[in-house]
Design a protein around this ligand. Structure first.
Ligand code: GLC
Ligand code: MG
Length: 259
């Protein structure tokens, strides 16, 4: 009976960052007898992540979650999952953007980094008080949003219940993967939500302070950087998992995701 794990990893500064370490990670992954399903979960959009897969040693994944969790693609067929994001009905993109451009602390990211469900700005060293104010301001105007701040620089405003963590949880649910079967890996603030879903976590050694403070027992902090940290952490969880193969397996196909 199948009991496959699901590996969901951030790309930039998590798997990417050290070419030699990535080659070692890819060799390990490709030689496994029982490969976990693989998903990348990036702030970048699908086409951009595909370009990285073509030009680096990144193994070809089953699924790409792109745009900070706003889009999910099945890689083999290239299809985008139609049922995601689930909570965008009330999302008033243009009105929200008008509020954001009104703040002198924020500078709009280039057009190619914006989408129907992702508004992205730069804002250096924003204080928690500023982020809280922004959220209150949007809420007072009737807008429900997710605000994601990463690397002391990137501010993403997304529809409610939409971010990397919610998208990863949706993927796990669709594939009937139990939380203990899912391993998530990341380095910065936009990965934080992935660590808040009850999954097993791997924080790479080069991570930002934003993730270093996590202290839950389901989160492993590697001393190794980039893909070497991912490899170390994933092996930690896989080798430590003594559970037999008695639970229902996590299957990926377009039927399970076309919801
Ligand atoms: C990626 C995206 C950018 C986003 C950042 C943080 O760099 O291209 O738009 O702000 O991730 O989520
Ligand atoms: Mg990253």
């Amino acid at each position: 009976m199948e009991d496959r794990h699901f590996l969901i990893s951030d790309v930039d500064n998590t798997l990417l960052g050290d070419d030699d370490a990535l080659v070692q990670f890819a060799a390990w992954y490709e030689n496994l007898d029982e490969r976990p399903h693989l998903a990348y979960c990036s702030g970048r959009f699908y086409a951009s992540v595909c370009r990285s897969i073509e030009t680096t040693a990144l193994p070809v994944p089953d699924v790409i979650i792109g745009g900070v969790g706003t889009e999910i693609h099945l890689v083999e067929s290239g299809t985008r999952v139609a049922g995601w994001p689930e909570n965008a009905a009330s999302w008033e993109r243009d009105a929200i953007e008008a509020v954001l451009v009104g703040h002198k602390e924020l500078e709009r990211q280039p057009d190619e980094l914006q989408s129907d469900f992702k508004l992205s700005f730069y804002g250096r060293d924003l204080e928690p008080a500023f982020l809280a104010h922004l959220e209150r301001q949007l809420t007072a105007l009737g807008h429900r949003v997710e605000i994601v701040y990463s690397s002391n620089r990137d501010l993403d405003v997304l529809p409610p219940k939409t971010n990397k963590g919610y998208a990863a949880a949706f993927l796990a649910r669709c594939c009937k993967a139990e939380p203990h079967q899912v391993i998530v890996c990341g380095d910065s603030g936009n990965d934080l939500s992935m660590f808040q879903q009850g999954f097993r976590g791997v924080v790479v050694g080069n991570a930002h302070q934003e993730l270093r403070a996590l202290s839950e027992e389901n989160i492993y902090h590697s001393v190794h950087h980039f893909a070497a940290g991912v490899l170390d952490g994933v092996q930690y969880w896989l080798n430590g998992d003594s559970r037999g193969g008695s639970e229902s397996g996590a299957m990926i196909d377009s039927r399970s995701l076309d919801g």
